[in-house]
Design a protein around this ligand. Sequence first.
Ligand SMILES: Nc1ncnc2c1ncn2[C@@H]1O[C@H](COP(=O)(O)OP(=O)(O)OP(=O)(O)O)[C@@H](O)[C@H]1O
Ligand SMILES: [Mg+2]
Length: 295
Amino acid sequence: MPDTRPGREKILGVAQKIRRNTRKGNESGFRVIITGKGGVGKTTITALLAHLFAQKGFTTLAVDEDPQMNLPFAAGIPREESDRIIPLTKNLDYVQEKTGVRPGAGWGSMLTLNPDVSDVVERFGIKGPGGVNILVMGTIMQAATGCLCPENTLLESVIRYINLREGEVILMDTPAGVEHFGRSIAQGFNQAVLITDPTFNAVQVVRQSAHLAKELGIPTIHLVINRVRSENDIRKVQEILGDTMDLFSEQFYLPYDEDLIVCEPDVVPLLNSASPFMERLITLQKTLENYGTKP
Ligand SMILES: Nc1ncnc2c1ncn2[C@@H]1O[C@H](COP(=O)(O)OP(=O)(O)OP(=O)(O)O)[C@@H](O)[C@H]1O
Ligand SMILES: [Mg+2]
């Protein structure tokens, strides 16, 4: 039966037009997807990495694929400014208005053939503090099964549409679980950061994700063990993962840090701290930068 939910057709139509306009060349910039079980620290780590990349002069696009839309607040956009955030799925009319394109006429003509991050941010995203650009997918109109949801299709089209130049990086924060690896949205990412805490269920999600990411052809997969309180926590995770450990290019251990809870959801105050947590995170940022697009 055809799906007649209002808006669905429009979202899919725009996604298809964007896709038709996409011509993929060789990219010099790179894409990193951040995944893991609920609550392991995905959004916190994505927001901090986005700021660290921006501080090093990268043009950084932090993408929020989570319908909960927590990333803008983590990246430092104040709650009272939240009306500035127009999720991708809500701004179809807004974009037409802003660009003076006649409804129904213009999507094809307003898209450039070889867009960079700033083209896409101007049309679909927002500029956050510290030079971090943010693109928010927005809420899903109605829970639809997995990969067929039009909101995801639209986000995927927009992300693919960008042709990353040297010095440009996309960091994508994802909803909890492994679903994105079943969709093509994760394809074309150069690196995956799989985050777990030292609990059995979170490690199982990472184990499954690591195999899915490999099958999907993501060349470089890193493991982050977050909320570490002792050597035992690290050993426990490594033991549960067993042979899956071979799939990781690098491993990082981030300590439990009360300061994160004090300032959450905003991570910006942490950027000036010389805590062990931030030291390790800076090492993670450098590693992602060094791997870049390398297989
Ligand atoms: N190393 C840490 N030490 C202490 N608290 C932490 C640490 N890492 C993350 N947290 C806290 O854990 C909570 C959950 O983090 P976050 O929202 O980043 O997780 P998430 O994986 O994005 O969750 P969700 O799946 O709900 O999107 C936040 O309050 C955050 O401040
Ligand atoms: Mg999150």
